[in-house]
Write a protein that binds this ligand. Structure first.
Ligand SMILES: [Zn+2]
Ligand SMILES: [Zn+2]
Length: 426
């Protein structure tokens, strides 16, 4: 269905990827009349379903639909500051508290870079708690990454754990995790940044709670270009999230009763007992942004910025010459990108210690964070070195997982996916 609609017709002003996909309905003219035709799809908005039915000339066909609205998933809504990962503090608390009884959690991110940032942030915040044992081998690590470039042995570790044989409970992933797979035991799905459309939201939400037990899906919203996603989010802030989302897929969506099991909004309105609702608001809604914004700041002139930029570029160059060029780009080789330099320049009024760098900038290696701090310290000369060193001790970024981030953007998954399919057709 996605091939017919999205690839056959083109959307959002883009030309069609394969116009002939939208003409698949014509195939029916070359088979004998009465030949049975079956069209199948995963989650599909009502209006997309109608459009595809027309394109396939199957208006008269019987439609069998199963609602994607699963009642055992509570829908949470939180906001996300792109430069601050503190909205995941509840998860760090939950991991520390539950340890071995920790349920499976999938955190879906839009880009490979965000996967790396979230993974490193969690690992740094968890410290020793990131492993089930004192032995820091990868099998004992409770967090993992999954995306199109994940090494096969890491993919296997994550998939085994999701099927109940392993210690990896928190998986930070792109949509590469999920296609054609079924994980029964996922209790929380976090959508870290709004997916590109409402169908993607429903697909990711639907990875939670397949065991039938009470589960949670939490959407951390970010600026989005998709009108339907904007509409859902705007409605979910002041009315039932479930109704706002699933009205795109079915008629007459009802809120789950009692309201505390339905969504953020219905929980806030819940009067399930005479004295009000006794059910506490989940940590993922109460622990948002508990960290205060940066207190300290400095004045930065344009010549200061220029100097910081020159020093960072010099450092990036030096990395490139040290590394054997086995990947396609320098950023991929070294994990030090032009984006990182841009981010440092933007944040340089607030950078006073390593924690700030790790939490707010797209940095993947602790030695890079140290070098950034050194450069900032040299240029401005106002860093309290005792505090910076003290905080350094609690940081332990693992570079073994980090050699394969690159400069690709949101479209990376799609491009990879379709370029491989394209070769199948040729
Ligand atoms: Zn609701
Ligand atoms: Zn209640």
């Amino acid at each position: 269905m996605h091939l017919i609609f999205f690839r056959g017709e083109g959307t959002k002003g883009q030309p069609a990827f394969r116009e002939s996909f939208s003409k698949l309905g014509e195939l029916r003219s070359i088979v004998p009349e009465g030949t049975p035709v079956l069209a199948l799809t995963a989650s599909a908005e009502t209006k997309h379903r109608d459009r595809v039915t027309k394109l396939l000339h199957m208006e008269a066909a019987t439609q069998v639909t199963v609602s994607p609205n699963r009642q055992n998933i509570r829908l949470g809504l939180g906001s996300l500051s792109p430069n601050n990962l503190s909205s995941l503090d509840w998860l760090v608390e939950m991991i520390k508290e539950k340890e071995l009884s920790l349920p499976h959690v999938i955190i879906y991110c839009r880009t490979l870079k965000t996967v790396g940032r979230v993974f490193c942030h969690l690992k740094a915040e968890l410290g020793e708690n990131a492993w089930v044992d004192k032995d820091h081998k990868s099998d004992n690590l409770i967090i993992g990454m999954f995306h199109s470039n994940t090494l096969p042995q890491n993919k296997e570790r994550v998939l085994k754990s999701l099927n109940g044989e392993g210690n990896c409970k928190i998986i930070v992933a792109t949509t590469a995790l999920g296609m054609g797979l079924n994980f029964p035991n996922v209790s929380h799905v976090v959508l870290y940044g709004s997916p590109e459309d409402v169908e993607a939201i429903v697909q990711q939400v639907g990875r939670a709670g397949r065991h039938g037990q009470q589960s949670h899906a939490i959407l951390y919203i970010q600026a989005t270009r998709d009108d339907a996603v904007k509409d859902v989010v705007a409605k979910a802030k002041k009315s039932c999230f479930r109704q706002a989302l699933f009205s795109y897929f079915e008629n007459d969506t009802q809120s789950v009763k009692p309201g505390h099991l339905c969504c953020t909004f219905c929980h806030s309105q819940c009067l399930c007992e005479r004295n009000g609702c006794p059910e506490p608001i989940p940590l993922y809604e109460t622990l948002v942004n508990v960290k205060s914004p940066p207190q300290k700041s400095r004045n930065v002139t344009s010549s200061d910025k220029q100097l910081v930029q020159d020093l960072l570029e010099e450092y990036m160059e030096s990395l490139g010459s040290q590394t054997k060029q086995v990947f396609t780009s320098k950023a991929m080789c070294t994990g030090f990108s032009v984006d990182l330099i841009v981010a440092v320049l933007e944040h340089c009024p607030f950078i006073f210690d390593l924690n700030y760098i790790i939490s707010n900038l797209p940095v993947f290696r602790v030695e890079h964070a140290r070098e950034i701090l050194t450069i900032i310290s040299e240029v401005f000369g106002d860093i309290d070195s005792a505090q910076a060193v003290q905080e350094e001790e609690c940081l332990d970024l693992d570079i073994n997982f980090l050699g394969y981030f690159d400069e690709e953007d949101d479209d990376f998954e799609i491009t990879t996916q379709y370029s491989s399919q394209e070769s199948l057709f040729m």
